[in-house]
Design a binder for this molecule. Structure first.
Ligand code: PMP
Length: 429
């Protein structure tokens, strides 16, 4: 038994499923999760001392690689000044100004402690601002685990086959309308029926919780104009895409401007941080200026702000995003070539430093339905072969992969060599 297996067995006795977040339990791929002891750059090291090239990056935050010196030093310095004050601090202003400068659609921003808090509050704000109850989301998009948003959600909810969680009263969920990602007609149809009751459309501008599915040409623009026509608030959930798909997020990359944006992951540099922000007129509906309530004992925490600010500051390097995109291209094109040579039905998607691969005969994957119809046996076998060879991918077919600035050409070559072996094992299945 490996040390990870021992720890997982021990964890089951005191932690539900042995994990503090479901998808970590490897339900999507079978087998026992690896317990990580430390991480540095592109690598994570498990409790048995095995090294993995990591394409999960703590589920998104680690765009600069693990244990980045600038983030570590800023965090340690902040720790020396005290962990939390529960008062305003200057670094919160610096952080807000930094976010505004990087994401110009954000005129005012409020810090929270997770992506879930950010989306939950953005929805409340949109409802308070419009005076409407209904919200529109897309099947397979995940926006955290707030009640109204756990309807036809992606990520772990999809991996575990629990699209509608028990514990959510019908009365809460009935205001959540769900339509098809990349299908504007489905949005138009539902607006034709309920348009004057819909407070907001919330969307992952690149879907990253049903594998990785970029928006079809015109999709985000279409959502923008439907929201304009009906007076609904457009929320881009950029918890995953923010500061990742481009420095200014997916809204910069695709040139479409939302009313509100939710942020998480990269914004905390690895600390628990989220944020929501947008048009001044809407943001001023939030307490204490406005009537919509939201609060947080640890929101804007000085240590978390120091880590996040250091991360965002490092992202100023003009070469960074070009390099990330080049590395993703090398990885996914290389994988495609190897799969083709091995005769394994396979296709890939990419958006900035996010990528996804699909075991399917389809030439491209643009929909939730296609993503869920991929060959899961191929995925699981591929996953475990890569893991055995020291490559750590997200343990679910419904998650995006993330490249970091710390991945070297040699890391990508090693990943491709492992993939060649994994594809050849699939042929024997
Ligand atoms: N929105 C999106 C798009 C996400 O990917 C996630 C997390 N994967 C969340 C919201 C929820 O964020 P958190 O896990 O920090 O609550």
């Amino acid at each position: 038994m490996s040390r990870s297996e021992e720890l997982f067995a021990q964890a089951q006795h005191s932690i539900p499923g042995g994990v503090n977040s479901p998808v970590r339990a490897f339900n999507g791929v079978g087998g026992s999760p690896i317990f990580i002891e430390r991480a540095d750059g592109a690598y994570m090291y498990d409790a048995d001392g095995t090294r993995y090239i990591d394409y999960v990056g703590s589920w998104g935050p680690m765009i600069l690689g693990h244990n980045h010196p600038a983030i570590r030093n800023a965090t340690l310095k902040a720790v020396e000044r005290g962990l939390s004050f529960g008062t305003p601090t200057e670094i919160e202003i610096t952080m807000a100004e930094k976010i505004k400068a990087m994401v110009p659609s954000i005129e005012k921003v409020r810090m929270v402690n997770s992506g879930t808090e950010a989306t939950m509050t953005a929805i409340r704000l949109a409802r308070g601002y419009t005076g409407r109850d209904k919200i529109l989301k897309f099947e397979g998009c995940y926006h955290g685990h707030a009640d109204a948003l756990l309807v036809k959600a992606g990520s772990g909810a999809l991996t575990l086959g629990v699209p509608n969680s028990p514990g959510i009263p019908e009365d809460f969920a009935k205001h959540t309308l769900t339509v098809t990602f990349n299908d504007l007609d489905s949005v138009r149809d539902i607006f034709a029926q309920f348009g004057d009751q819909i407070a907001t459309i919330i969307v992952e501008p690149v879907a990253g919780n049903m594998n990785c599915i970029p928006p079809a040409a015109g999709f985000l623009e279409g959502l923008r104009s439907i929201c304009d026509d009906y007076g609904s608030v457009l929320i881009f959930d950029e918890v995953m895409t923010g500061f990742r798909v481009a420095r200014g997020g997916a809204q910069e990359h695709y040139g479409v401007t939302p009313d509100l944006t939710t942020l998480g992951k990269v914004i905390g540099g690895g600390m628990p941080v989220g944020a929501f922000g947008g048009k001044r007129e809407i943001m001023d509906f939030i307490a204490p200026v406005g009537p919509v309530y939201q609060a947080g004992t640890l929101s804007g925490n000085p240590v978390a702000m120091a880590a996040g600010l250091a991360a965002l500051t490092e992202l100023a390097d003009p070469e960074l995003y070009r390099n990330l995109t080049a590395k993703v291209t090398k990885l996914v094109d290389g994988m495609q070539q190897l799969a083709d040579t091995a005769g394994i039905p396979f296709t890939t998607n990419r958006a900035g430093s996010m990528f996804g691969f699909f075991f399917t005969g389809a030439s491209e994957v643009t929909s939730y339905q296609q993503a869920t119809q991929c060959n899961m046996e191929h995925f699981k076998a591929f996953y475990h072969s890569m893991l055995r060879q020291g490559v750590y991918l997200a343990p679910s077919a419904f998650e995006a992969g993330f490249m970091s600035a710390a991945h070297s050409d040699a890391d990508i070559d090693a990943t491709l060599a492992a993939a060649e072996q994994a594809f050849s094992e699939l042929k024997a299945l």
